[in-house]
Design a protein around this ligand. Structure first.
Ligand code: AMP
Length: 633
């Protein structure tokens, strides 16, 4: 960033955060309340692990709810709109505190205490937010599982986090179609070796719940029983665990990303100020789901910690019509909005005139994240809104943006196609994946890596698996201990970074991160399947879709029948998000001489690109047969 550039002020801010992290983050730590001040800003004695605000005691729920309930009890805190069941509800900070205390009392009554896990498997209902905050309040560790995941995915997460109690719901609804949760949860509980003591059911009256005496609890009845109970916040050392959230990687087994308390609270408070430029009393609208990291950071904790109201919506962007989000912006005077490129592409396909039907004068900026923001989409939404559209790049692991523009610090110019520059606290480098050398010059292609220590808010480790944390994230760059994002990127002379794609077997479907291995393992479980390869293929609307190449056991099985079986299996075990868009029956898969699948060649073939280096290919006829199959007829 040159001195003539307005981003220069930001460059100084960023440089200060790296030169003296202790002073920088101690300043940011003033944005939250501490019951006991910390003794040390960061403990770096055990790299690659870092401990932030050591010895300090605080609580996420106190910072998100109680402190605002004390000073601004009547200020709006949570707004819930469901276009699926046509309901709206609102809670002030004082009312939210009452609900959270009640849920905390229910949890305590059933034996949940500090350090116990609570798994939350819910659609976008406000009680799920109460449950998250209630866990934070009493020091229990929540693990929210996206409602779109099916029994097999859910079972794996139950086994890994071993919850004492599960919070679930009779049903969700998507596009008017009611989806019962109980069959999926019961199947998951049956599959899991870990057994839970209690299931707390939120009954919306959409689908009957069959209760198991001794195990099942009714939220409304429990709520009645604890109506008057007060539950104080449990003060926690900053490095206690606040939550785990599972994310896909290169192996079939999802990783439990583990987050702390104090570092996360400080990182979110700082990001709302410096990046999102949100102010107390305003309304933040994130269109994500509580099952994803964006939902954790920017539906629940971030806005509330900053004293903002958060608008939570159950429903699709095009129902009842594509004007719904913009009407909500007008009605609730939203100042900061956060969505994903896929949603914008969906709105762009619908009638764009809807955008101009609402008064969007309250809106300051639209933030987009989760997948690459293509230039046509960025241009369209920016011109249609007449507001800054800010791309931001991060991961479940980091909890808040790695690359974006810190407009709360200094005015910064955007560069279409780039999410922006490294955020304060992140020492982001591009490295040669073969040699580990840092690529200093502009426009060189390398893996985006982060130097030690990661800033506050990032994952502490992988839940119960420090070795996996070190091996997965900190051991892939030759000769150096750097955190790998597994994203390939380039950087221009002013530090603007351009994300080119993943270097591993992770794909991104409509902003949802999926491991191709996980989908392959699921399909391979079918009796009719001999072998399978899944690749991510570019898609105009969803960014990428999964495409499966399947070798059936019997040659006479029709492709339609195979596709039906594959679709059903993935739907039932992993959930519809992971279902392949296309299934091709093939006689053999292209492999290297050492037996590795040539996924990149298969992907290139599907996208009509050059196939690249095929010197390691064992049998060229496999690829030719695939090419023949994909050729338009
Ligand atoms: P998740 O952990 O599900 O949020 O997925 C993180 C991954 O999504 C990153 O490693 C990137 O591959 C991709 N991603 C997220 N945000 C962006 C963005 N703004 N531009 C490009 N890719 C992104």
């Amino acid at each position: 960033m040159s001195a003539a550039d307005p981003t220069c002020r930001y460059a100084e801010f960023h440089a200060r955060s790296l030169a003296d992290p202790a002073a920088f983050w101690a300043e940011q730590a003033d944005l939250i309340d501490w019951e006991r001040p910390f003794d040390q800003v960061v403990d770096t004695t055990h790299p690659p692990f870092a401990r932030w605000f050591v010895g300090g005691r605080t609580n996420l729920c106190h910072n998100a709810v109680d402190r605002h309930a004390a000073t601004h009890p009547d200020r709006r805190a949570l707004i819930w709109v469901s276009t699926e069941v046509d309901q709206r509800r609102e809670w002030t900070f004082a009312a939210l505190q009452r609900e959270v205390e009640a849920t905390a009392a229910i949890l305590r009554r059933h034996g949940v205490g500090p350090g116990d896990r609570v798994l939350i498997y819910c659609p976008m209902v406000p009680e799920a937010v109460f449950a998250m905050l209630a866990c934070a309040r009493i020091g229990a560790i929540h693990s929210v599982v996206f409602g779109g995941f099916a029994s097999h995915s859910l079972a794996g997460r139950i086994e890994d986090c071993t919850p004492k109690l599960v919070v679930s719901c009779d049903a969700g609804s998507r596009g008017g179609k009611v989806q019962g949760y109980q069959p999926l949860l019961e199947e998951a509980l049956r599959l899991s070796a870990h057994k839970v003591d209690r299931v707390l059911w939120i009954d919306r009256g959409l689908v009957p719940i069959e209760r198991q005496p001794g195990r099942d609890l009714d939220y409304a009845a429990e709520r009645e029983a604890v109506a008057q109970e007060r539950v104080p916040c449990e003060w926690l050392e900053s490095n206690e665990v606040s939550y785990t959230l599972y994310t896909s990687g290169t192996t079939g087994k999802p990783k439990g990303v583990q987050r702390d308390v104090g570092g996360y609270a400080v990182a979110l408070a700082a990001s709302i100020r410096h990046i999102f430029d949100g102010r107390p009393g305003e309304t933040f609208f994130s269109t994500s789901d509580i099952g994803w990291v964006v939902g954790h950071s920017y539906i629940v904790y971030g806005p509330l910690i900053a004293g903002m109201a958060t608008l939570m919506v159950e429903g699709l962007p095009i129902r009842p019509d594509p004007g719904i989000w913009w009407r909500l912006v007008q009605e609730y005077q939203v100042t900061v909005m956060f969505s994903a490129p896929t949603a914008v592409r969906v709105l762009r396909k619908a009638d764009p005139a809807y955008l101009s039907q609402s008064d969007l004068s309250s809106l300051r900026s639209l933030f987009l994240a989760g997948e690459p923001l293509d230039e046509p989409t960025a241009r369209w939404i920016r011109d249609a809104l007449g507001k800054p559209v800010v791309d931001n790049y991060w991961q479940t692991e980091t909890g808040w943006p790695i690359l974006t523009l810190a407009r709360g610090v200094a005015p910064m110019n955007e560069r279409l196609g780039s999410p922006g520059v490294p955020m304060y606290g992140y020492n982001a480098v591009l490295v040669d994946p073969e040699t580990g050398a840092t690529l200093e010059g502009p426009n060189q292609k390398g893996v985006l890596a982060l130097d030690y220590p990661l800033p506050p808010g990032c994952l502490q480790t992988v839940w119960r698996d420090d070795a996996r944390y070190v091996k997965t994230y900190w051991s892939s760059i030759p000769g150096r201990q750097l955190y790998s994002t597994f994203d390939v990127a380039t950087r221009d002379s002013e530090g603007y970074t351009f994300i080119l794609g993943r270097s591993d077997d992770v794909i991104n479907v409509a902003g949802h991160r999926l491991g191709t291995r996980e989908i392959e393992e699921c399909i391979a479980g079918l009796a009719s399947v001999a072998e399978v390869a899944v690749v991510g293929v570019a898609d105009e609307l969803k960014g990428q879709v999964a495409v499966a190449f399947v070798v059936p056991k019997q040659a006479d099985l029709s492709e339609d029948e195979l596709a039906r079986q594959v679709g059903q299996q993935v739907n039932e075990q992993l959930g519809a998000v992971a279902r392949p868009a296309r299934v091709h029956a093939v006689a053999a898969l292209p492999k290297t001489r050492s037996g590795k699948l040539l996924r990149r060649a298969m992907q290139a073939l599907c996208e009509g690109r050059e196939l690249g280096d095929l010197s390691t290919l064992e049998d060229a006829t496999t690829l030719q047969a695939l090419a023949q199959k994909l050729r338009p007829v």
